[in-house]
Design a protein. Structure first.
Length: 265
């Protein structure tokens, strides 16, 4: 795989007119790192952020270790416009995300009455209720993230969104983040063309095209099929006209090698 350009992950002022609003996802959980659980939230979040005009430029997977979570959150919240964490907000001893977010922002941890009310709606033993009430803890002043599945809500502190790790719940939370709350730039669009050409064969000309259009990301992703190998050339940006111009240049480049442009799968 060849990536010809990666936008710098630099903290910028968030504005609806920003061309490049950046995001980072922090996936928290030993179960992800152990391989026992496969993360599917990254793909969903990326697609949702594209529509909101937020470019996810980095994703990290970290363990359930307090100092690691606090340090990672503090680094990322100063480096990116928006930070999204998943995992670690359940009722067990290793669900420490809320505590870590509170420490990262130097805020006290409190029981949020709205989350507590949701938790109390489901009857349980006193012991189970005490454990479940841990999910009502949020840093003081946090704004809630709706949970359409009916369970405890997530929360937001400044530019950090804290959500569940369970895919169904996390994805439902993401769907509630409207553009007024999650301010981004213009929606990020993509174009793609495939070709039965080797990446090394196209590398020089692809670099020239990329340099001519610095506001669009151009990436090359190899594929291997029964009838041969080649690469899918993917273009991503916010300017439709720039994307169209680059797409035509990429198409012309493929033809110049005597190959036929393919619709990418």
């Amino acid at each position: 795989m060849i990536i010809y350009k990666l936008l710098g992950a630099k903290r910028v002022g968030v504005s609806m007119k920003s061309r490049h609003v950046t995001g980072c996802m922090i996936i928290i959980g030993n179960e992800i790192l152990s391989g026992r659980t496969q993360d599917t939230n990254l793909n969903y979040l990326t697609k949702s952020l594209n529509e909101a005009g937020v470019k996810l430029v980095e994703a990290r997977v970290i363990p359930d270790i307090e100092e690691v979570i606090v340090a990672t959150v503090n680094e990322c919240r100063g480096k990116f416009d928006w930070v999204f964490t998943t995992g670690g907000i359940g009722p067990t001893h290793d669900d420490i995300t809320a505590t870590c977010i509170a420490k990262a922002f130097d805020k006290p941890l409190v029981i949020h009455p709205e989350i507590a009310a949701v938790i109390r709606q489901r009857e349980s033993t006193e012991e189970a209720m005490q454990a479940r009430m841990l999910m009502a803890r949020v840093p003081e002043g946090a704004q809630l993230i709706d949970n359409p599945t009916g369970g405890p809500q997530g929360f937001q502190v400044d530019n950090v969104f804290v959500m569940a790790g369970v895919p169904m719940v996390m994805q439902a939370m993401v769907d509630t983040l409207d553009k007024q709350r999650l301010q981004g730039g213009e929606p990020i669009r993509s174009r793609s063309i495939g070709a039965y050409l080797g990446e090394s064969q196209m590398a020089k000309k692809l670099a020239v095209i990329q340099n001519q259009h610095p506001e669009v990301d151009l990436g090359s992703y190899p594929f291997y099929r029964q009838d041969g190998y080649g690469a899918n050339l993917v273009m991503r940006g916010v300017d439709e006209k720039e994307l169209e111009v680059m797409q035509e240049k990429v198409r012309a480049m493929i033809l110049s090698f005597g190959a036929e442009p393919l619709e990418s799968e």
